[in-house]
Write a protein that binds this ligand. Structure first.
Ligand code: ATP
Ligand code: MG
Length: 747
């Protein structure tokens, strides 16, 4: 057996070396599915001489894709640009090449949820809807549901009939689509939807991609929705060399349209499919596997399978019922410290706290923060949701796509430029009447003449800055561009002038964002590539919550059960095992939903390698209300053989004094620990360090003049129009340069 395959067990080996025809690897948690898939890719490249670019491997999170890429590289070397990515990134990549066929500019922008909300709000205002009935989130979820089912706005309009709430929703959907189109924007659902549309409408394009992707692989197949499934089926159309990997017990995205039937009916969709089951779990101890099995076994709609493990039984699973949620957090903090003291090989990053909803993180943040216990939260787009970061992203988007009206509206008066609501409305009206985008309108005399003199100057400056940077974007590094932006827009200075703690915090975030850029630039330069604004923004658009997770930082991971898919930790805590929280209230009235919650419980439990702790709180404060709770029914499903701690259900009153934790006193103070955040604070530089270089702003330059550019050397001007010079450089061809930005001098 080949060396790198020798670690695989017999079934895994079979799966890794079965390359042609449809293959389903159906297996339980921690049985090496993802690992088998990476070995299979290596086998195809090394042994079968398959061109790496003929392979498409898709998964669900950027993190999972990154890990897969890393593991493949370790096994068979690096192939830059290999198609190992998420569904969304693969589609984005395809659309960047083909979007013009669907009537979009290829430089379309991708709207995230915050942008989508802004669009929804604009629609609500225009249609004068009652936001209590038609909340942005509601409108967006209806639109998303329709898109996931490939129902267009016009189809939905027909379905909706001529009156009632659906009629209104259909109008919203129609307007939403118009707004996105006119901003040359796509949302996340569109990425997949438009790719499917592209393939359906243009058979020649489809066949080109079918030819390219001769071998297709999908990890976490149980969570594909109808569109993703369609996409895969279209691509696998001719060769049927498709290998999907999944576990029906881990389908946790039905609420987002994932269809468990996709995995259950694979054999029907791809006749002659081989099925390989992996039954040995390599991740967890016997007790963890058995306990998880005793829970999932209660689901009816599942393929029966049972995992076994060669590992020891290990410790039993511990359950703790705390008095309230505060105490639950303290209990967990104390446990972490105790386990670390007892076993010095454990580091903070071996611990994860997995909860049902994001709001549960707050208690842990408070408690861990006060104890100095290092942690990282993976909830939503925390950092990128901050106002100042959002603003900077909008500026950067405008540079990429000056037509992006939504972004312009957001930063028009950020920092304050004296362009208030009334002026904004005027700009919008002028734009509408003339068929201009907002930036064009803002720079027009009709608008400028109506502004106060200060606002006028500011508006001209804003328009010029965007235009100049748009010209310069490919001549400068992203970090230089970002600095220039901070400087030219006056954003940074406005914050510094405020001299408030809050503004200082914002400055810190803005500077912190520079490290995001620097990090990406470093990665690119190591791969001998240059980071462009476009690729940088693309990377960001696809950051999902899981991607803020830095597995190398030594801190406890706090995340939702959903985000934990595919990951593993030595010690796992699952707090909030309470009726109504987990399973959630919403799931309890529908049997199917309860089964999905149970699968989520199974996913959580099977993340643990060595120790698993479950807990609940008798009193819980949630959404500002404190309530008594009862324990989650999932607790009673765990076979008591594998469980210790407060007995579940049969012991209503426990002896509070006997084993009450006193975590603060037990906590072995870690005074010398300096959090990474504190370290960053100490090292930070201020805005004043941003230095502007000499330019030709205000200098008369004519065709034929010689100029010297800091980077490109000496060249001859062949065109000089307003602020833009076209220069032919001796060494590096023709460039468009902004006079007021490019580091140029006359020679
Ligand atoms: P999940 O269902 O959670 O996605 P999975 O089936 O994809 O899990 P992997 O993440 O590939 O499982 O592997 C789980 C763990 O088992 C990893 O730590 C991996 O290194 C280990 N493992 C897998 N196969 C073997 C093997 N043949 N020998 C030893 N360890 C293995
Ligand atoms: Mg996996």
């Amino acid at each position: 057996m080949l060396d790198y395959l020798s670690k695989l067990n017999e079934q895994q080996y079979k799966a890794a070396t079965c390359v042609d025809g449809p293959l389903l690897i159906l297996a339980g948690a921690g049985s090496g599915k993802t690992g088998t898939m990476t070995h299979r890719i290596a086998y195809m490249i090394k042994e079968k001489n398959i061109n790496p670019y003929n392979i498409l491997a898709v998964t669900f999170t950027n993190k999972a894709a990154g890990e897969m890429r890393g593991r493949v590289e370790d096994l068979c070397g690096r192939y830059p640009g290999m198609w190992i990515s998420t569904f969304h990134s693969s589609c984005l990549r395809i659309l960047r090449k083909e979007a013009d066929k669907l009537g979009y500019d290829k430089n379309f922008v991708v709207y995230d949820t915050v942008d989508q909300k802004a669009v929804a709000k604009a629609i609500i205002k225009e249609l004068e809807l009652d936001e209590k009935i038609f909340a942005p989130a509601y409108i967006l979820s209806v639109i998303s549901d329709n898109k996931e089912n490939q129902i267009s706005a016009s189809d939905f309009l027909i379905k909706a009939g001529s009156f009632g709430p659906n009629k209104t929703l259909a109008s919203c959907y129609t307007m939403y689509e118009e707004k996105l189109k006119s901003n040359n924007a796509l949302d996340f659902d569109d990425l997949i939807l438009k790719t499917v549309e592209l393939f359906e409408k243009f058979p020649d394009v489809l066949s080109a991609y079918q030819n390219m992707f001769k071998y297709i692989m999908v990890d976490e197949y149980q969570d594909t929705n109808m569109l993703q499934y369609k996409l895969i089926k279209l691509l696998a159309g001719s060769t049927k060399n498709i290998c999907v990997v999944g576990d029906d017990d881990q389908c946790i995205y039905e609420w987002r349209g994932a269809n468990i039937q996709n995995i259950l009916s694979f054999e029907v969709d791809f006749p002659g499919a081989k099925i390989i089951k992996l039954e040995q779990n390599y991740r967890s101890t016997g007790n963890i596997i058995n306990a998880a099995h005793s829970v999932i076994e209660n689901n009816k709609g599942r393929k029966d399978k049972k995992l076994w493990t060669a590992s020891d039984d290990g410790e039993k699973i511990e359950y703790y019922r705390a008095d309230d949620d505060k105490e639950e957090a303290r209990y967990i903090a104390a446990k972490i410290n105790k386990l670390k003291r007892e076993d010095p090989t454990l580091s903070f990053k071996d611990f994860a706290i997995l909860y049902r909803t994001n709001v549960q993180s707050r208690r842990f943040e408070e408690c861990f923060g006060s104890l100095g216990l290092p942690y990282q939260v993976l909830s939503g787009l925390r950092f990128y949701d901050r106002k100042e970061i959002k603003d900077m992203l909008c500026y950067m988007r405008l540079i990429l796509n000056p037509k992006d009206d939504i972004s312009l509206i957001r930063v028009l008066n950020e920092p304050k430029r004296g362009i208030g609501d009334k002026s904004q409305q005027n700009i919008q009206t002028v734009a509408r009447l003339n068929g201009w985008n907002l930036l064009e309108a803002l720079g027009s005399d009709v608008v400028l003449d109506g502004l106060s003199s200060r606002a006028r100057d500011e508006a001209i400056n804003l328009v010029n800055t965007i235009k100049s940077l748009s010209v310069e974007q490919n001549n400068m590094s992203v970090s230089d561009l970002y600095d220039t932006l901070l400087f030219k827009t006056g954003y940074m200075k406005a914050l510094e002038d405020m001299h408030t703690v809050e503004a200082d915090g914002r400055v810190d975030n803005i500077l912190e964002f520079k490290s995001v850029i620097a990090e990406k630039e470093k990665e690119c330069s190591e791969a001998d590539e240059t980071l462009t604004l476009e690729s940088f923004m693309e990377g960001l658009a696809l950051v999902s919550d899981i991607d803020n997770h830095d597995p190398d930082a030594d801190s406890v991971s706090l995340m939702t059960l959903h985000s934990a898919k595919g990951l593993e930790f030595k010690v796992v805590f699952m707090p909030g095992m309470e009726m109504g929280l987990f399973p959630s209230y919403r799931s309890m009235d529908k049997g199917d939903n309860l089964e999905e919650e149970r699968r989520l419980c199974y996913v959580g439990m099977t993340r643990a390698k060595e120790r698993l702790f479950l807990s609940s709180a008798e009193l819980r404060m949630l959404y500002g209300k404190t309530d008594f709770t009862s324990e989650s029914p999932f607790l009673s499903e765990i076979d008591k053989k594998y469980l210790t701690g407060h007995a579940v259900y049969d012991k209503k009153k426990k002896n509070i004094s006997s084993d009450r934790f006193n975590p603060v006193s037990k906590y072995n103070g870690n005074d010398s620990y300096v959090s990474p955040i504190a370290a960053a604070y100490n090292a930070k530089t201020r805005a004043s360090s941003i230095v502007q270089k000499a330019t030709l702003a205000g200098v008369e330059v004519l065709p034929g003049d010689k100029v010297e550019h800091e980077k490109f050397g000496v060249g001859t001007v062949i065109k000089s129009e307003d602020n833009v010079l076209t220069v032919v450089f001796d060494g590096c061809g023709t460039k468009n340069l902004a006079k007021d930005l490019a580091p140029l001098k006359k020679v």
